[in-house]
Design a protein around this ligand. Structure first.
Ligand code: SAH
Length: 466
């Protein structure tokens, strides 16, 4: 059972301060059923990795177990996967090894506690129950993680035996250390069907404490709670009730649009998509990408236009794609229609061969959801590698925010936005991008323009100059 956490935050060696573990020493902590060893495979200013290796004493585990389902075959108690797979034991080890960081404390460098850092977490090997991959994605993606999964086959010599239930999981996110550890602490055991210790009232407290600030808004909160508490319905009910109590207060963080503004936003959304369709038609494109397609409103509009022979939507959120495919009424669609459209799950920050060879791409209200350093990756993925002839990008115009009644100065239109640009900032970015990758850029306002402020949305249309 091995878990590694890597950061490229500069200096990456700060990870040692944050986790209270000295990079030069191998350290071990005792667990009731074995030991956890902590060491650094890499400790450089550019990149530091810390590893948590579990060494499980299977005999001690059997003595301590009360309802281990591996007992269902004779040697199950002794021959089982427990020593090799990450499971709820990993969670116990995380809490023990990194308790100070999990509580959001760092005495040597307290300022680091609030810093969001790029983290890559690798877990080998992770068992997943039925529907494994979907569940793993449903747990981590709503929290903003990019998820890479490698499924292991049962036996390399007998490939026709098919896949096993084991995965190697890689997660990427820019996030604080405390958030990262609390997500792992709760979600790793959620994937484990066979929790090794007895579930008691005490577990609710742990779940609520570690889930504070994120679990109450997680779309899978019920499933997470149920699985974490091992399907004990009375405990689950209690925990869900308590989670929901907190819901009201967190909702207030979102901006409350007044009814007129809500209507304006809907109209704006329509206008934006209509303009994208119009400009894509003018570009003579036949094959188009909708990158960050969300629930696929644009895709459905494009499908109505005969000019487009191939329409591909891509999004990082599995949830959004699922809703998108429902709204398309896939099963009722005529075969010829169905052949024109495809939905892909993927991240725009990783080079992807599936995006190559298209005439045009739309990236509508997506860039502002990416942290700035991930935006650099998106630029390369789209402009350098995928290289469609036409690329349409839209993003909010920050100058317009003063006109929204309920918005506080300096706030953003959506809690997930990482930035919102003025027209000047957008133009500087787009022109530099155009220069770098040989695209001409044209700028257009979307929605009602106001003097000195501009329109609510801004659009850049990139045309390949080659
Ligand atoms: N284009 C849609 C949705 C905009 S919301 C519309 O105009 O209505 C932003 C979308 O970008 C979300 O669906 C989100 O899941 C997606 N997204 C965010 N980061 C992404 C990434 N790295 N790769 C692909 N999609 C991403």
């Amino acid at each position: 059972m091995l878990l590694t956490i890597t950061t490229t935050y500069q200096p990456a060696t700060d990870l040692g301060f944050l986790l209270h573990k000295h990079p030069d020493r191998l350290q071990s902590v005792d667990l009731s059923m074995g030991k956890a060893h902590i060491f650094y495979p890499d400790s450089l200013e550019e990149k530091t990795t810390i590893a948590l290796l579990l060494e499980i004493d299977s005999i001690a585990m059997i003595r301590g177990s009360r309802n281990d389902s591996s007992k269902n075959f004779a040697l199950g108690q002794y021959v089982n996967d427990r020593p090799y797979v990450a499971s709820s034991l990993m969670s116990v080890a995380l809490a023990k090894a990194f308790s100070t960081a999990m509580n959001g404390k760092c005495s040597n460098k307290p300022e680091l506690v609030e810093v969001k850092m790029p983290f890559t977490v690798k877990i080998a090997v992770l068992p997943a129950p039925k529907g494994g991959e979907v569940l793993i994605r449903k747990l981590f993606e709503p929290l903003g993680y990019e998820v890479k999964l490698e499924r292991h086959i049962l036996d390399e010599k007998f490939t026709d035996w098919g896949d096993s239930k084991y995965f190697t999981l890689e997660l990427y996110h820019i996030i604080t250390t405390k958030e990262l550890l609390s997500h792992l602490y709760v979600l790793i055991p959620v994937l484990d069907d066979r929790k090794h210790y007895f579930v008691s009232q005490h577990e609710i407290e742990k779940l609520l404490a570690k889930g504070k600030g994120w679990l109450e808004n997680h779309p899978e909160k019920e499933q997470i709670t149920r699985r974490y508490l091992k399907n004990l319905s009375s405990l689950t009910r209690q925990a869900i009730e308590r989670l929901n109590e907190g819901e009201e207060s967190t909702k207030e963080i979102e901006i409350e649009w007044n009814p007129a503004e809500k209507k304006q936003k809907e109209t704006l959304n329509q206008q934006r998509l209509a303009l994208v369709v119009e400009r894509l038609k003018e570009s003579q494109a036949q094959t188009v990408l909708d990158l960050g397609c969300g629930e696929g409103k644009l895709l459905r509009m494009l499908l109505k236009e005969k000019q487009f022979s191939k329409i591909v939507g891509m999004d990082v959120s599995y949830q959004a794609l699922l809703r998108g495919s429902e709204k398309l009424h896939w099963e009722k669609m005529a075969v010829r229609q169905r052949e024109r459209i495809e939905l892909l799950q993927g991240s725009l920050t990783y080079q992807d061969k599936r995006l190559e060879g298209f005439d045009a791409a739309a990236i509508v209200e997506v860039i502002e959801h990416l942290d700035k350093n991930r935006l650099r990756s998106l630029e390369r993925v789209v402009f350098e590698f995928a290289q469609p002839k036409t690329i349409i990008v839209t993003t909010p115009n920050a100058e317009y925010n003063v006109l929204f009644e309920n918005m506080k100065t300096g706030s953003m239109r959506h809690s997930d936005h990482r930035f919102e640009w003025t027209r000047n900032e957008f133009e500087i970015w787009a022109n530099a991008l155009g220069d770098r990758y040989h695209y001409r850029v044209e700028f257009l306002p979307v929605g009602q323009e106001v003097e000195n402020i501009g329109a609510p949305t801004q659009m850049g249309i990139f045309t390949n100059g080659n």
